[in-house]
Design a protein around this ligand. Structure first.
Ligand code: NAD
Ligand code: UGA
Length: 455
């Protein structure tokens, strides 16, 4: 099939490259000339493991190309995917649909009859109706059909997620669109990935409900983690026991500094806004957002406490800036609020991230960026791990201990155990378990007393 993808960001690029890998002929479009120029030269403008090889192979085989010519790209296409950004609208938090509607306007007249337009971007329920209206208005005809095909890939494992999805959701309102979408995803269907055909509106809502539920699950374990610290339980053990129940499942139960990223935060807010507009509030998600917002500054207070309570003029080393490992994406990374709070308290922040420093440099002029964790740790009063990059799992603690001002490790991703770290002279503070201090049992007794009183 001949496919065009409008928007060559994280989702558009991965979608285009993987669909080309399935054997389709794909042209990826972007309005950013520099992005397209980079891609045409065989360079990948984002960091996503495995993407460069797939792009290179499919370019060589002539199945994948890049252009800024939106009208030219959609001519003769069997389907056109809209994969542009839907960020939070400034001021009210609704999804900003201006890029989606602009793309619809730009493709409308160049489409051939029977091309299926597919919204791959995450869009609020009802957006497909509006995209269809925009296109019909411009063409004075109603032969073009719009399908919804939300994307569930995660950054950092995008290729695997795209090629081996738990499900493919396709919202369609007519048989032709259904047949075209089935043909596009036939290779995955043969691989036994379930394809779920729904109404267009259900598909749009499935995407938001999925992200909101996962954000809520992460927030739930984060709150349980806080309770673990009060009652001397261990959140990793609790997550194991909780997740062993098939009805709950073990994934997304890693306590941490709060969820971030380009999607959970903005999608949770957008869903809440839709629900409020429909007079059907989603109070669980409203609370999830509020808890997650306060958590990040609470994490900064934890770091300050671990560093001795006063960080004015002291150096705090931050290991990991991106919102998760294996991406260079800094959007809504917890590091942003945490570093701001540390700086507000007077700390000098010294940072290292394996892939995120180019994007991070654009955010801060007053953070010292270093080429290795060992340089970032020099003279630090505390080291804090904010992102669980693989390379942080095997730090040379002996070497670090020699360069820091104070051996304190705050591990907000629980990639170390207290025993491993204290052996090298570090004080350790993880998430969701209490450090083994001499006062620990006394505190437990006090916590139990408080619980008994509360009951
Ligand atoms: P992105 O910002 O990385 O990329 C969007 C691209 O679209 C940009 O390169 C931009 O220049 C381009 N663009 C905007 N308007 C255009 C136009 N009219 N013509 C051509 N190009 C245009 O965004 P992203 O992270 O890929 O997200 C895209 C959508 O997919 C969003 O709705 C997002 O919520 C959703 N989504 C993202 C992820 C993810 O992991 N990033 C996962 C699932 C779904
Ligand atoms: C998320 C969803 O997982 C994807 O299904 C979805 O397609 C995507 O959003 C999207 O719509 O853009 P992504 O944001 O790439 O994917 O990353 P996740 O792995 O979901 O992590 C999101 C945040 O939650 C990160 O900050 C991560 O550190 C945090 N998290 C995740 C935890 O703190 N604990 C966990 O157990 C899992």
């Amino acid at each position: 099939m001949r496919l065009a993808i409008i928007g060559s960001g994280y989702v558009g690029l991965v979608t285009g490259a993987c669909l080309a890998d399935f054997g389709h002929t794909v042209v990826c479009v972007d309005k950013s000339a520099s992005r397209i120029d980079t891609l045409q030269r065989g360079k990948i403008p984002i960091y996503e493991p495995g993407l460069d090889a797939i792009v290179a192979q499919n370019m060589r085989d002539g199945r994948l190309s890049f252009t800024t010519d939106i009208a030219g790209s959609v001519k003769g296409a069997d389907a056109v995917f809209i994969a542009v950004g839907t960020p939070s609208r400034r001021g009210d938090g609704h999804a900003d649909l201006s890029y989606v509607y602009q793309a619809a306007r730009e493709i409308a007249q160049a489409l051939q009859d029977n091309t299926v337009v597919v919204t791959k971007s995450t869009v609020p329920v009802g957006t497909g109706d509006e995209v269809e209206r925009i296109i019909h208005e411009r063409r004075q005809s109603s032969v073009i059909k719009v399908a919804s095909n939300p994307e569930f890939l995660r950054e950092g494992s995008a290729i695997q997620d795209f090629k081996h999805p738990d499900r493919i959701v396709i919202g369609v309102e007519d048989e032709h669109a259904r047949a075209v979408m089935a043909e596009i995803y036939r290779p995955l269907f043969l691989n036994k990935s379930p394809i779920l055909f729904t109404s267009r509106r259900s598909a749009e809502l499935i995407k938001y409900a999925s992200n909101a539920f996962l954000a809520m699950k992460v927030t739930f374990i984060n709150e349980i983690s806080d309770l673990c610290e009060k009652v001397d339980a261990d959140v990793q053990e609790v997550a194991l026991g909780l997740g062993a129940d098939n009805r709950i499942g073990p994934k997304f139960l890693h306590a941490g500094p709060g969820f971030g990223g380009s999607c959970f935060p903005k999608d949770a807010v957008a869903l809440v806004k839709t629900a409020q507009d429909c007079d059907s509030p989603l109070r669980l998600i409203e609370t999830t957002i509020a808890i997650n917002d306060t958590r990040k500054r609470a994490m900064a207070r934890r770091i300050i406490q671990a560093a001795g309570g006063n960080v004015r003029g002291k150096t705090i080393a931050v290991f990991g800036l991106t919102f998760k490992p294996n991406t260079d994406d800094m959007r809504e990374a917890p590091s942003i609020s945490i570093i701001q709070a540390l700086q507000d308290a007077g700390a000098n922040v010294s940072a290292y991230d394996p892939k995120g420093m180019d994007q991070a440099r654009a955010l801060w002029s007053d953070v010292a960026f270093h080429a290795s964790p060992y340089e970032a740790a020099r003279n630090a009063s505390a080291i804090c791990i904010l992102t669980e990059w693989e390379q942080f799992r095997a730090l040379d603690l002996q070497r670090l201990e020699k360069v820091v001002a104070q051996p304190v490790l705050v591990d907000l991703r629980n990639i170390y155990s207290e025993e491993e770290v204290t052996r090298f002279g570090f004080a350790y503070s993880g998430i969701g378990s209490r450090p083994r201090t001499p006062t620990h049992f006394t505190d437990l007794a006090a916590a139990r007393e408080r619980l008994v009183e509360a009951v």
